[in-house]
Ligand binder design. Structure first.
Ligand code: PHB
Length: 389
């Protein structure tokens, strides 16, 4: 195959890059996806897994939704526990929509296998060395340096993207005074629905992966190391923060421990010349609410029609509006992730006033139907298209 020229070159085989490549292909626009890791690494990196209805809808509409329909766990509601008292947020009843629990690497497997079945080009173990306008310099798996000419280049290579600086004028950031200690546990499910628990000792999230493997998180200090959390402390804190009427966090063998940093960042604009940012290269959200993947998909749903029109007709009018169309949903997701994080986490040194006020604010959301509906709508997400049409 001749890789000397492509209409669209996509850096990164993550949610943004693969979804974009798939959407372009369905409209007859070919692309090359470059990925510095191996296929095994991409398919084996475990990340949060809540797919919003808009993401599920895109998968179904574009022919990659069969497996998630079979294996995804429908999320019709979530529960919020305040000092051991649970309130159910009826996501389906309040919004008519359901999300699904489906880990990110399963999403990636579905898109990789479909791109390869459609004879798409994904070059694994391939590193981008430089981008100069239309000329992209790459290093092949064999260590050779070569060039690809691309009319459009999309950097979808995650939050450490070195190409962001070629685009960014403003990088808005927020750091949070807490982090999550994430655990994979071989145990039966604690409960049928996710539990977001707040307690004076800190936040805990009881999520799941399948019938035998559960995903738990404990609020921790951003500087904590896994060694700071011996098993005894883990179980004591999970029970203290998340046990509630009739529900006891189920214990088991812990197979993975990692500290997840909490950061918000947004790059503006998301385009300069023929270089576009999509997904985490442009913005990161903290894990509360698991919006990251959905936001990446929402970006490329906006970017794809602009690229298709530009490649087919030469008109860049839609493409030039990419930043303007993408940013509103990015900022709404930032706001929601920040709001939910702030309501649920006890901050270090939180004084009596702040702690009581925070719980009163949370209760005023949970105890009102309007409040629960607002939370549910934001949690299941707003389609980018609704915002831009
Ligand atoms: C997860 O299962 O990893 C998860 C679920 C919900 C969240 C964040 C992470 O809000």
């Amino acid at each position: 195959m001749n890789h000397n020229h492509t209409p669209v070159l996509i850096i990164g085989a993550g949610p943004a890059g693969l979804t974009l490549s798939h959407l372009l292909h369905l409209d007859g626009v070919e692309s090359i996806v470059l990925e510095k890791r191996s296929r095994e690494e991409v398919e084996g990196t475990i990340r949060a897994g809540i797919l919003e209805p808009a993401t599920l809808d895109l998968m179904k509409r574009t022919g990659v939704g069969d497996r998630v329909a079979r294996e995804g766990i429908p999320e019709e509601g979530i529960e919020i526990s305040v000092d051991g008292n649970r309130t159910r947020i009826d996501l389906y009843g309040l919004t008519g929509k359901t999300a699904a629990i489906y880990p990110q690497h399963e999403f990636l497997k579905d898109f990789i296998s479909r791109r390869l079945k459609d004879k798409g080009t994904i070059l694994f173990n391939t590193t981008v060395r430089d981008i100069e306008g239309e000329v992209v310099t790459i290093e092949t798996p064999a260590g050779e340096i070569t060039h690809i000419r691309a009319d459009h280049v999309v950097a979808a290579d995650g939050s450490a993207s070195p190409w962001r600086q070629k685009v960014a004028e403003v990088r808005a950031r927020h750091e949070y005074p807490y982090a999550w200690f994430g655990l994979l546990v071989e145990a039966p499910p604690t409960h049928s629905e996710l539990i977001y628990a707040t307690h004076p000792a800190g936040f805990a999230l009881i999520s799941k992966r399948n019938e035998n493997v559960q995903r738990y998180y404990l609020q921790c200090d951003p500087n904590d190391q896994p060694e700071d959390w011996p098993e005894e402390r883990i179980w004591e804190q999970l029970h203290l923060r998340a046990d509630s009427n009739e529900i006891t966090v189920s214990e088991g063998n812990i197979t993975e421990k990692a500290v997840l940093r909490f950061r918000s960042a947004v790059t503006e604009p998301m385009q300069r010349g023929n270089l576009y940012l999509a997904g985490d290269s442009a913005h990161t959200v903290p894990p509360t609410g698991a919006k990251g993947l959905n936001l990446a998909v929402a970006d490329v749903e906006v970017l794809a029609p602009g690229l298709i029109r530009a490649v087919k007709t030469g008109h860049t009018d839609l493409l030039d509006k990419y930043t303007e169309f993408a940013l509103p949903h990015v900022w709404r997701a930032q706001q929601f992730s920040w709001w939910m994080s702030s309501l649920l986490h006890a901050t270090k040194g939180e004084n009596h006033f702040s702690a009581r006020r925070r719980i009163a604010q949370l209760r005023s959301v949970l105890d009102s139907e309007a409040g629960r509906r607002f939370l549910a709508e934001q949690y299941v997400g707003t389609q980018a298209k609704e915002l831009t049409s």
